[in-house]
Design a protein around this ligand. Structure first.
Ligand code: ZN
Length: 443
């Protein structure tokens, strides 16, 4: 296997060696990360060395991106000028956020799914993304991913969370399935946790809150699954090796889910299963944050939704919505935070979303909302690397640059830890590498 060396400032996200000045890989794995001389000494004498005028960070992992739907939408929405580039794709997905991913009344074929993936992966790589957790994968989408993997077409590492929508007894039968569970697969395609919807959408006033949407009424929002049915699924998952990701927007939903989780944890410790609260942005209580941390439940949070919905939520809820999406509070409580986008239906450029969590600027308002809940550059990057890798069951191979781990890295024009928030927003992605292969560089 031939070795390669890149010399550049490296932000490793490895607490044992946070900064380096070179890295080397052979095949798809890193073999050395450190000072230039040490990295050279770890490689054969004729190893090519490239000096890169950029800062190298671990490949970014979007912990919540519907990639196959993003691919279909790339096919079904005409590209301005005929072909997409990342900037036009990001802008067009924002403009058409309310449209379905595929024209209603027709079904995409398997070939459509593969073509969509072929088109969309380079657009996401151009944003620095090397891995995604696809957070609600239907049976057809799972077939699409398996076929894409078999055809050698996946350049994005995918963790697919199965979504099942039949009645409860059938869900449990299907989950028993062929015996596979979370973790089955390989470095490019593996099964994540089961996806379950507990409440609805915030902007539709469906988030299940602990106190009513309108004071003095009984309008707490929507609970989409009875607690007993949810507990049955959760208990089954705990005893059969499945992780579980729960769509829960409101604090009432979050509290009820954690109550059920704590009950199960007493007999099946949950920490290693990395169950997730997904979204959890409206009024999660301080005790819920602490309970999530205690149980090892991951907070899968989307700065994109906060960016997109905050002004509207403040119209609905007034002051109550100002501290929405308190990423700072989750971190301070000791919870693992994985950042993601809910793309393509919300903005999915990681530079934009790291800027958002660092500033708490939101669409339509001139000033930041509750800026005391902002995070640092290091914390924002951790949400896209170490935190998301943990949520993807991949922290042993991804999210850090350390010898033995996968050679997935991104070169940026700025250091995302030390640069200002506005600098990350306008940073250039100079190169994206997956498994030692360049999957994107500017032409
Ligand atoms: Zn989603």
């Amino acid at each position: 296997m031939s070795h390669r060396i890149v010399v550049a400032p490296v932000v490793t996200m490895d607490p044992a060696l946070p900064r380096a000045s070179a890295l080397a890989w052979a095949g798809d794995r890193l073999v050395a990360v450190g000072e230039v001389d040490a990295v050279r000494a770890a490689c054969p004498p004729d190893t090519p060395i490239e000096e890169l005028d950029a800062v190298v960070v671990p490949g970014l992992i979007d912990a919540h991106l519907h990639m196959q739907r993003a691919g279909l939408k790339a096919l079904s929405v005409p590209a301005p000028g005929g072909t997409w580039d990342a900037a036009s794709y990001v802008a067009e997905m924002d403009r058409t956020a309310d449209l379905d991913e595929w024209p209603p009344g027709s079904e995409p074929s398997l070939a459509d799914r593969l073509e969509g993936l072929r088109q969309v992966q380079p657009l996401l790589h151009a944003l620095g993304i090397t891995s995604v957790v696809d957070p609600a994968v239907t049976v057809d989408e799972m077939r699409g991913y398996q076929a894409a993997r078999a055809a050698g077409l996946l350049s994005m590492r995918v963790v697919a969370m199965p979504y099942l929508d039949p009645a409860l007894p059938e869900i449990l039968t299907r989950l028993d399935g062929i015996g596979a569970s979370t973790g089955f697969g390989d470095d490019f395609l593996r099964l994540g946790g089961i996806k379950v919807y507990f409440d609805g959408e915030g902007m539709k006033r469906q988030a299940l809150l602990a106190s009513p949407w309108t004071p003095g009424t009984t309008d707490y929002g929507v609970q989409r699954i009875p607690s007993g049915d949810f507990a049955s699924i959760a208990r089954f998952c705990a005893s059969h090796g499945w992780s579980l990701g729960v769509h829960a927007v409101g604090g009432g939903a979050v509290a009820e889910i954690l109550r059920i989780f704590a009950d199960i944890d007493a007999s099946f410790p949950l920490r290693d299963l990395r169950w997730q609260l997904i979204h959890a942005y409206l009024e999660p209580s301080p005790s819920s944050l602490a309970e999530a941390a205690r149980l090892g439940v991951v907070a899968s949070l989307q700065p994109s939704i906060h960016w997109h919905n905050a002004a509207g939520l403040i119209e609905h809820l007034g002051e109550r919505a100002v501290p929405a999406n308190p990423v700072r509070s989750w971190l301070d409580a000791g919870a693992t935070v994985a950042l993601g986008s809910d793309g393509p239906f919300f903005p999915f450029d990681p530079r934009h979303l790291m800027w958002q969590t660092r500033t708490r600027m939101v669409r339509g308002l001139g000033d930041p909302v509750a800026p005391s809940l902002a995070v640092t550059g290091a914390e924002a990057l951790a949400g896209y690397t170490t935190g998301a890798a943990y949520a993807a069951f991949a922290e042993a191979t991804r999210g850090m640059l350390r010898p033995g781990m996968l050679a997935d890295w991104v070169a940026l024009s700025v250091d995302p830890v030390t640069c200002s928030a506005s600098e990350i927003l306008t940073a250039a992605v100079v190169r994206t590498v997956v498994g030692g292969l360049t999957v994107w560089s500017p032409s």
